[in-house]
Design a protein around this ligand. Structure first.
Ligand code: GLA
Length: 691
């Protein structure tokens, strides 16, 4: 039995869009205003050849759509929308707020964002706005209103794309005012703010609200609690802007999905808060082709995107067919890698494969960023790969809407990220995302599907929860984590967790303050290892040995058992890894950066103890994922290695790419992919329908 999502829910809007597109969305950004009209028709025909069913229009078109204050010209866009419709191609229409036009900046130069050091950005790139500027906001809303009104009933319109990669941070006068108002909503009094920001340190006490402003560049180091609030304010104020445009479009088109595009490892915006306001999470992903391990960081980002809206399928909004133009050396993707990366996203829950951009630009900043059609034209390797992928994806329509399930979760939290990297801490080179990646990697390598959760999430659905460098934990969160373990959960915590409260104030009485009780261990001092390549030796309780580098701390076990101790260095004899039985669960503390020979087996043992099993046993670099739902189940096998890989797919299924049945041990070619439609028993369909 299929449960129909309610009309007017995000799920319903997406489902309807995919039905109208005929399955997976395929296409990319299209910027016809950069080309003469005769190219438009050729584009439409080539799009049909490539199997394109969706293009994103108008992302950077504000100056062509509003040519002077209040003078709107939608004629050219009408023509393009009609052309797309005539060729059976849907449109994801953008509001162009990323590029306030030159005439608007000339009238209001203070729309331009101001850096912390007081420098004002110039005109001539994009995202050149301070989102708190009242005229910018008014004009952005006005064009969104006009576009909503004008295109609501256009037959090609399938989805809205609000703005582009929201992110400009400003420290100018408009931001000052908006920050002050944000703080007045957060703190009931100035005393409360003074307390939260520890302003007695270095005599920073405020005696009137008018003295409080954005943390512009001070003479020397700046207050970390104030800067943390500024991160929160920036994310909130950009989100408010997005929501205001979204609400305008929603009034005109209640049945269409509305999204904006997210970025990989993007620190400015708290994507948990953002995702809750989207109809779907949409990601722009540009792994560096020079990095052979790029698929692991990509996997982390894909799992994060899948998790942000609790497993709902998400969209690849942009990726490149070949080279980008943002690295020092821009290498093109190897043949087959664009296809492999696309299937990786699908395996991890994406229901679209879209590129930036359709036709490679011949001028402007990104003239060397590859397109679906490159400078050389359609008779190229890249266009052939684009067409082949477009044809293949037509066989995968059934996968849209299906989901993955996970019994292990990793915490990813923007408050922790912001607070950890504010500097003036025991190390200034701390990277939150690298700490998360370090603990995610063993699970990825073992083909254990994980969800990401934020610190506010309900953990009870998971039998294993990993907390990497979860630096900021509120009392309420710490209590819930404790309860989770007490009720039988298995918890793994890494160093620099639970150090501060919501105000970025240190928790006293031994690190990791918030988790001391559940871990049954405490540290009296942090001991980062300063020397390049400096290592200390570890002795494991099971008789093994290992090493730690980068981070150690002087740990004491209270109720916890010691799993590893230092056997060299100033902490020789002290514990490095502990495990505490707490209620019916257990909490493991990895207080040092231990080598992968220690970390990987430790995490896999934890998985085994929690009953979390790999989807399939496979060679490193062979990724396996399952998506299921609606009585269907798909097993996707991806070979990220540059050599063939033998994989036992057990019962296997029908390979939707080759059209043949596959079972038992099969050889997957280098960068090859299997998409196996598995047979699903009656019982599992019933179990799923009643879940
Ligand atoms: C981003 C932007 C695009 C384009 C690509 C390629 O994701 O949204 O407009 O610039 O990067 O660099």
């Amino acid at each position: 039995m299929t449960i129909e999502p309610d009309a007017h829910t995000a799920e319903h809007r997406l489902k309807t869009m995919h039905q109208r597109l005929g399955g997976i969305a395929y296409g990319g950004d299209y910027n016809p205003e950069q080309w003469p009209r005769e190219v438009w028709l050729e584009d439409a025909k080539l799009m049909q050849r490539a199997g394109v069913n969706l293009v994103t229009l108008a992302v950077f078109s504000w100056s062509r759509l509003e040519t002077a204050d209040g003078v709107y010209d939608f004629g050219w866009l009408d023509e393009v929308m009609d052309l797309m419709h005539e060729h059976g191609i849907g449109v994801d229409l953008a509001t162009p707020d990323a590029v306030p036009p030159a005439w608007l900046i000339a009238q209001h130069p203070d729309i331009l964002p101001v850096l912390a050091d007081g420098t004002t950005f110039g005109f001539g790139s994009r995202q050149h706005f301070d989102v708190s500027h009242p005229v910018y906001r008014k004009k952005a809303m006005a064009i969104a209103e006009r576009m909503g009104e004008h295109y609501a009933s256009h037959p090609a319109l399938r989805m809205w794309h609000v703005g582009n990669e929201y992110g400009p941070v400003s420290y100018g006068p408009h931001a000052d005012k908006a920050f002050r108002e944000w703080l007045q909503r957060k703190y009931s009094s100035l005393d409360e703010l003074n307390q939260a920001w520890s302003t007695d340190v270095w005599g920073q006490l405020y005696s009137d609200w008018s003295q409080v402003n954005a943390p512009a560049q001070p003479r020397t180091w700046s207050n970390p609690s104030r800067r943390l609030d500024y991160h929160r304010f920036t994310s909130d104020s950009l989100l408010e802007h997005y929501k205001a445009e979204r609400d305008i479009l929603r009034r005109h088109t209640p049945d269409l999905p509305i999204v904006t595009n997210f970025m990989r490892f993007y620190k400015t915006n708290d994507y948990w808060a953002w995702a809750a306001e989207e109809d779907a999470v949409a990601l722009d992903i540009y792994p560096d082709p020079r990095d052979e391990d790029a698929h692991v960081a990509a996997a982390l980002n894909f799992d994060l995107m899948r998790s942000l809206r609790k497993g709902q399928p998400w969209l690849v909004m942009e990726q490149a067919t070949g080279a980008v133009s943002q690295w020092p050396v821009n290498v093109s993707k190897l043949p087959g890698k664009m296809r492999l990366g696309s299937y990786q996203a699908i395996a991890q829950g994406a229901d679209s494969i879209l590129f930036f951009q359709w036709r490679q630009a011949k001028g402007g900043t990104e003239r060397f960023h590859s397109g679906m059609v490159n400078h050389a034209g359609p008779n190229t390797r890249i266009f052939h790969e684009v067409c082949e992928l477009g044809q293949e994806l037509k066989n995968l329509a059934g996968i849209t809407g299906t989901r993955s399930t996970a019994r292990a979760a990793v915490v990813f939290d923007w408050d922790c990220w912001w607070a950890l990297e504010l500097g003036n801490s025991p190390r200034s080179d701390l990277s939150y995302t690298q700490e998360v990646l370090r603990l995610y990697r063993p699970l990825f390598d073992a083909n254990i599907t994980v969800d990401f959760v934020d610190t506010k999430s309900d953990l009870s659905a998971y039998s294993l929860v990993v907390l990497p460098a979860s630096y900021l934990l509120t009392d309420e969160v710490a209590a819930r984590i404790e309860q989770y373990v007490h009720d039988g959960g298995r918890l793994v915590v890494s160093y620099l967790s639970g150090i501060v409260d919501q105000d970025n104030t240190i928790r006293l009485g031994g690190y990791p303050g918030a988790l001391r009780k559940v871990l049954g261990a405490w540290s009296e001092e942090m001991h980062p290892l300063a020397g390049e390549g400096e290592e200390v030796k570890l002795e494991l309780a099971d008789g093994g040995a290992g090493s730690a580098s980068y981070w150690t701390e002087h740990l004491h076990a209270e109720t916890a058992e010691v799993l590893a101790s230092y056997s060299s260095g100033r902490l020789a004899g002290s514990p490095a890894i502990t495990q505490n039985r707490f209620g019916s669960g257990s909490a493991t503390y990895i207080s040092a950066r231990v080598d992968s020979g220690v970390l990987h087996p430790l995490l896999l043992d934890e998985c085994a103890a929690a009953g979390v099993v790999p989807l399939l046993e496979a060679l490193r670099g062979v990724q396996v994922r399952r998506r299921s739902g609606d009585g269907k189940s798909y097993l996707l096998v991806l070979n990220h290695n540059d050599a063939p890989a033998s994989v036992d797919v057990l019962d296997g299924g029908m390979d939707l790419l080759s059209g043949s049945r596959v079972q038992g041990t099969v050889e997957v070619p280098p960068f090859g992919v299997l998409v196996l439609e598995e047979s699903v028993s009656e019982e599992s369909v019933t179990a799923e329908a009643t879940r």
